[in-house]
Design a protein around this ligand. Structure first.
Ligand code: ADP
Ligand code: ZN
Ligand code: ZN
Length: 816
């Protein structure tokens, strides 16, 4: 008898055994997909990991439906890496598999299929079965795979559908297809030959008999004197009340030069940069230091201040590995910066750069998957968010983790709850590759690892071009309010700085780490604050939509006209968010163009791209935003950053609050003055003497590091202790309370280490489920694997208690 062992894309810890024929047995290789029946009537795409002849003892092995691949589409290293993730992060191997594979490669009976209607194919080329499916989809918009099984009256429809998806006849539903095309803006400038006084008189001579052209040129002078920024053709025509023909004539005469600004000033044409990148001396020595460190260690941390030119060092390093024909993985925390980075890397590496993240369509993701599998030149450099870690690399040489301190590298829901930075180090070891972590504000964990000599450390402490670090002005809010120097949420100092910056034609970023208009609406008569009916949080007020919204579950209601408790109409807002800042600044600077970047304005498909583009093209003067602004964006004309209120971050109830506040403020501040001159940062706070604020002001990373590390040791937190957080959820409050207590007691009696809880978290109910947490703190150098096994055993016995079985427990290892 012959069997194949497979991983199912379900939250199941075990692998499953299916029966195969002898020829199938000989054909199947590790990493091939196999359609298998599971449960009563479902079909899933599973992954073969082994063939063997051991009949399972606990159940009777079913037969497979069909082998879906001719060759493996996952690699042995990949599967080994998943197994590590599953063990380390205490989750089902099936969870990792499902998370790793693009869903288009994982057809199952519940997948929803729809017709593309625009594929380039001829109906007569379809087989009978293919035609049946095609025809059914002309009548009905979408079909589940289960429906198709009935239509063609065959069980093995997955290969058929896969083929139709591959040829573009069908797609999985909910896909995005368009690729983003940056908007090109047309600018003009005076040809450099007219720069001098002498040139000017030549110019006037040339235009003696062309009155209309002369008018435009004069308008150009006037505009450049007042605006102090590049002049678009559109603006010039509006201002001079002329037309494009006249502008064109001036361009033909070589009086004006036209140029386009796309994303990046480095490149105006969209072509690959042929001039090689010149590293500064400081960059060069950092580059050498990284290479030296790689000769001894797998991981190196590049601690380079904001705008020190880390990206350029990455580019040099990538060149090295490309020349050895290795694959390179570039991990980024956020889609927003991916956009800018892709453009920057494409300037150097052109077609070799591929992008992999969730905003891309399934088909595009499958394409990258296959290119990576075959080590195709087209995807030699892969840029992506954390999930790119799961691609089938065949010859990986280097992983770069940029902004390594970002918490978005940790997946919190659903399982696998892995940290991409740490999982990258493991993946690199499997490939004998190297890892470069980069940040201006490294995580305590990574910096600590350099101090233990586990990771190399390379420091770059000056900005590129020798621009000085931004000057930080602290504003004491208490004093300003007392002396009536506030206009809305703006201090006189901040307003003066904004006025000055705008008058120089430079741009401003205003940071407020909270979206919406105001956090809450409060009744001035009885103090009632409307809460979410499903979660225990107050609703956030959004003025533009005149709504109250829950940021946890998305619940919304129209803004009430009176208090629901006492019917008073005297309602007031408390606190403030980006929306309110945007409105205030619009009133204060009516002629400035204001933009806003937060979750509410970047929701659309290309939300980020649009706002970043507009800001980069200087169509926006003042950009208001949340922490999205703190993530490695590079704008060359921003010279002022205002942090509206530093205190909400500082007093977040979280052991990382000070570290995060330092990182966030330093990163936002780092957007100022990146190109030519020193930038300014205004921090408004009630606590100007707070250590963290002082550390930000003085750019004193090591001060922050040492202080926080000391606290972590005293209070038993990472990096000294590993945290495992158990979260229990149930709709029944009493049952949850009891179950959490049971689990806590067994854990704390069994484990020789601190076990805390069961705690009611700050937000103790979401979507009508009550929540309790238990925190286990495993001392450094304690047998981690054994402890996890013990914890898993206790969790299994908890699950075996009939009354508690319905309580959902999630395990979060290295909780962030
Ligand atoms: P970081 O990632 O360290 O914050 P960047 O790599 O974004 O810094 O560099 C800051 C700015 O300086 C960018 O606009 C970049 O183009 C420019 N820059 C840095 N190094 C160089 C270089 N060697 N040659 C030209 N421009 C550079
Ligand atoms: Zn009231
Ligand atoms: Zn809610």
């Amino acid at each position: 008898m012959f069997f194949v062992e497979v991983i199912l894309p379900l939250s199941l810890a075990k692998t499953f055994t299916y029966r195969v024929s002898e020829s199938e047995f000989n054909f199947i290789k590790k990493g091939m997909r196999i359609a298998v029946p599971f449960g009563k009537s479902k079909i899933y795409t599973a992954l073969a990991i082994e063939t063997h002849q051991n009949e399972p003892t606990l159940y009777e092995a079913k037969e497979i439906h069909q082998i879906l691949d001719e060759k493996p589409i996952a690699t042995a290293i990949q599967i080994e890496h998943w197994q590590w993730i599953s063990t380390y992060y205490m989750c089902a191997i099936g969870d990792v598999f499902r998370n790793a594979f693009p869903s288009a490669l994982l057809l199952e009976s519940e997948s929803v299929i729809t017709s593309t209607n625009n594929a380039d194919f001829s109906v007569k080329d379809l087989s009978d079965d293919e035609y049946l499916v095609y025809e059914a989809l002309q009548k009905q918009n979408v079909l589940k795979i289960g429906d198709i099984v009935a239509i063609v009256n065959k069980k093995n429809v997955l290969p058929l559908l896969q083929k139709l998806i591959d040829t573009g006849v069908l797609v999985l539903q909910q896909e995005m297809k368009e690729a983003y095309k940056p908007k090109l803006i047309r600018y003009v400038r005076l040809h450099s030959q007219f720069d001098s006084n002498e040139g000017l008189s030549i110019l006037l001579e040339m235009l003696k008999n062309a009155q209309k052209q002369k008018e435009i040129v004069l308008a150009y002078f006037q505009l450049s004197a007042t605006e102090k920024k590049p002049i678009t053709v559109k603006k010039l025509i509006e201002f001079s009340q002329s037309n494009t023909a006249v502008v064109k004539a001036l361009i033909d005469k070589q009086i004006f030069e036209e140029y386009y600004v796309q994303h990046d000033r480095v490149n105006f044409s969209g072509k690959i940069n042929d001039s090689a990148l010149q590293l500064s001396q400081a960059q060069e020595s950092a580059f050498t230091a990284i290479q030296n460190s790689f000769s001894e260690k797998t991981v190196s941390l590049l601690h380079g201040v904001t705008s020190s030119g880390k990206t350029e060092i990455y580019i040099k390093l990538i060149e090295e590995y490309l020349s050895q024909e290795k694959q390179i993985l570039f991990l980024l925390p956020e889609i927003a910066i991916t956009v800018q980075l892709v453009n920057r890397l494409q300037l150097y590496f052109g077609e070799k750069v591929a992008v992999f993240h969730s905003k891309y369509s399934n088909n595009e993701r499958v394409e990258v998957w296959k290119q990576v599998l075959h080590n195709a030149e087209k995807a030699q450099i892969v840029i992506g968010a954390r999930s790119a870690l799961f691609l089938p690399f065949s010859d990986l040489g280097l992983i770069i983790v940029d902004e390594e301190h970002e918490q978005t590298f940790k997946q919190s829901d659903p399982a696998p709850r892995y940290h991409a930075r740490d999982a990258a180090v493991v993946l690199a070891n499997l490939h004998q590759a190297k890892v470069l972590l980069g940040s201006a504000t490294p995580s305590l964990e990574s910096y600590y690892n350099t101090q233990l000599n586990k990771y190399g450390l390379v420091t770059l402490s000056e900005r590129y071009n020798n621009v000085r670090m931004p000057e930080v002005l602290l504003v004491d809010l208490k004093d300003k309010y007392f002396r009536k120097k506030m206009t809305g949420h703006f201090s006189d100092v901040l307003l003066e700085q904004i006025t000055e910056t705008l008058s120089l034609g430079e741009q401003v970023i205003l940071f407020q780490n909270r979206r919406g208009y105001a956090p809450i609406i409060e009744c001035m008569t009885c103090g009632h604050v409307p809460d979410c009916p499903q979660c225990d949080v107050s609703l956030t007020f959004h003025k533009f939509k005149s709504q109250l919204r829950c940021h946890y579950c998305g619940y919304s209601m129209a803004k009430p006209s009176h208090c629901h408790q006492c019917s008073s109409v005297d309602l007031n807002t408390k606190g403030f968010g980006t929306e309110q800042i945007e409105l205030e600044i619009k009133n204060l600077f009516p002629s400035a163009k204001i933009g806003r970047m937060d979750q509410d304005t970047t929701r659309g498909k290309f939300g980020y791209e649009k706002i970043i583009d507009e800001f980069k093209n200087r169509e926006i003067d003042i950009l208001v935003g949340t922490q999205m602004l703190a993530k490695g964006l590079d704008f060359d004309n921003v010279n002022l950053v205002g942090i509206m209120n530093a205190d909400t971050m500082l007093y977040h109830p979280d052991f990382r609050a000070f570290e995060r506040s330092y990182q966030m403020m330093t990163q936002v501040a780092g957007r100022a003055g990146r190109f030519k001159k020193q930038g300014k940062v205004v921090i408004q706070t009630y606590n100007p003497n707070h250590n963290t604020i002082q550390q930000v002001t003085n750019h004193h990373y090591l001060g922050m590091y040492k202080e926080q590390l000391y606290d972590r040791q005293i209070y038993k937190y990472p990096p000294y202790f590993k945290l495992i957080k158990l979260t229990l959820k149930h709709r029944d409050f009493d049952k949850l309370k009891e179950g959490a207590m049971w689990l806590y007691q067994v854990m704390s009696q069994t484990l020789p280490m601190p076990v805390l809880g069961p705690e009611e978290p700050a937000i103790s109910r979401i979507r009508n489920e009550y929540i309790r947490t238990i925190m286990i703190k495993i001392p450094q150098n304690f047998a981690l694997g054994e402890t996890k096994k013990t914890i898993q055993k206790i969790l299994n016995s908890f699950d075996a208690v009939a009354v508690y079985r319905s309580i959902k427990v999630t395990t979060n290892v290295d909780f962030y």
